[in-house]
Design a protein around this ligand. Structure first.
Ligand code: NCD
Length: 344
């Protein structure tokens, strides 16, 4: 199976097969990240621009490492140092960048839907690295990969997402990804930070933390999005911590082997207690490790789709076809060309 779309904009529009393809491919790339020489020639000749209109540490470094490990040529752009600060529109900025013959854009933007708008208007592939309060598909995929590695098949597993659901693009991508893979999703947080009628996404809402976590296989603790709050929605941070901070006692009734996740950046002592962040159930740094592999998989699968389409195949032919034998996901052994390290 191949990925037959130009872009990766959200998990809502993917089906379970596409999500699984990204996860399975990422497993292959995890292995490259363990090598001494962490580089393969897969994206040689591809140019990727990282367009970041919002702050980021983890996601940006993770994409950059993924691109470099695939041998892409990369350019970094941040809004504060660009002509956007001089009033240029998003489309003008993107078209100017594309006029320099760029194949892919990785984009983070404060406005929900900004990458979708760009994807409709430009021929380059667009990867959404977080749009407003909408989605953050690569974070969703890396969370799924982390859960799958620790828990096995996610069908029937209970995953609790705690905190500021209303403003969280991570929550939305997790909800779509998890429900498509058959997991049971429970949301927990202050009613003022819970989207109206969220149950229509196929999830359950639980307002008491202890009850929500009883029997849970995983808990994903969200950061309070202080930068996105409308006044009055969030009680004081102290009141929030008192009622909603995940503490060791909340984890006692989790399923055996249950895991604790957080997308970062963590506010220790607000949404997550120190002992939980540092505790034996925490897999927070595994998430970061998996993030690079997931982003390599996304870049690889999108580039493979581009190559096939530019080689003259229609989207239908490309969709029906198989991956070229030399490419990483088909490689049975490290000696296969696609997985060969750059100078090994
Ligand atoms: C998340 C984001 O930016 O949406 N962080 C991340 O990508 N690692 C979550 C957050 O900012 O709380």
């Amino acid at each position: 199976m191949i990925y037959g779309r130009k872009d990766l904009l959200d998990l809502e529009s993917l089906d379970a097969g596409e999500i699984t393809l990204f996860l399975d491919t990422a497993e292959r790339f995890r292995e490259i990240n363990e090598r001494e020489v962490k580089k393969v020639p897969t994206l040689r000749g591809f140019t990727v621009v990282n367009l970041f209109f919002e702050n980021s540490t983890r996601t940006r470094i993770s994409f950059e490492l993924a691109e470099k490990r695939l041998s892409a040529d990369i350019v970094n752009f941040s809004a504060s140092t660009s002509s956007v600060a001089k009033g240029e529109t998003l489309l003008d900025t993107a078209e100017n960048v594309l006029a320099m013959k760029v194949d892919m854009l990785v984009m983070r933007h404060g406005a929900s839907g900004a990458p979708h708008y760009l994807a409709r208007n430009i021929p380059a592939s667009v990867i959404n690295a977080g749009d407003g309060t909408h989605e953050h598909p690569t974070q969703g995929l890396l969370d799924l990969l982390t859960m799958r590695r620790h828990l096995g098949d996610l069908a029937g597993r209970r995953v609790v997402i705690v905190g500021d659901i209303l403003h969280s693009r991570v929550a939305r991508s997790n909800i779509h990804g998890l429900t498509k893979l058959g997991a049971e999703v429970v949301l927990c947080g202050p009613p003022s930070l819970m989207p109206v009628a969220v149950e229509r996404l196929g999830v359950r809402v639980e307002h008491e933390l202890g009850a929500a976590l009883a029997g849970a296989d995983a808990v994903n603790i969200l950061r309070i999005q202080r930068e996105r709050q409308d006044s009055g929605l969030l009680p004081s941070l102290r009141a929030y911590a008192r009622d909603w901070q995940v503490q060791p006692r909340h984890l006692e009734a989790m399923a055996p082997g249950g895991i604790v996740m957080h997308p970062g950046p963590m506010n220790r002592g607000v949404e997550i207690a120190q002992e939980v962040a540092n505790g034996p159930r925490a897999v927070i740094l595994d998430q970061v490790t998996n993030g690079v592999a997931v982003r390599m998989a996304v870049l690889y699968l999108l580039s493979a789709a581009r190559r096939r389409m530019s080689a003259g195949e229609t989207r239908e032919e490309a969709l029906a076809g198989e991956l070229p034998a030399a490419e990483p996901v088909r490689a049975a052994k490290n000696t296969d060309t696609g997985l060969r390290a750059e100078s090994a």
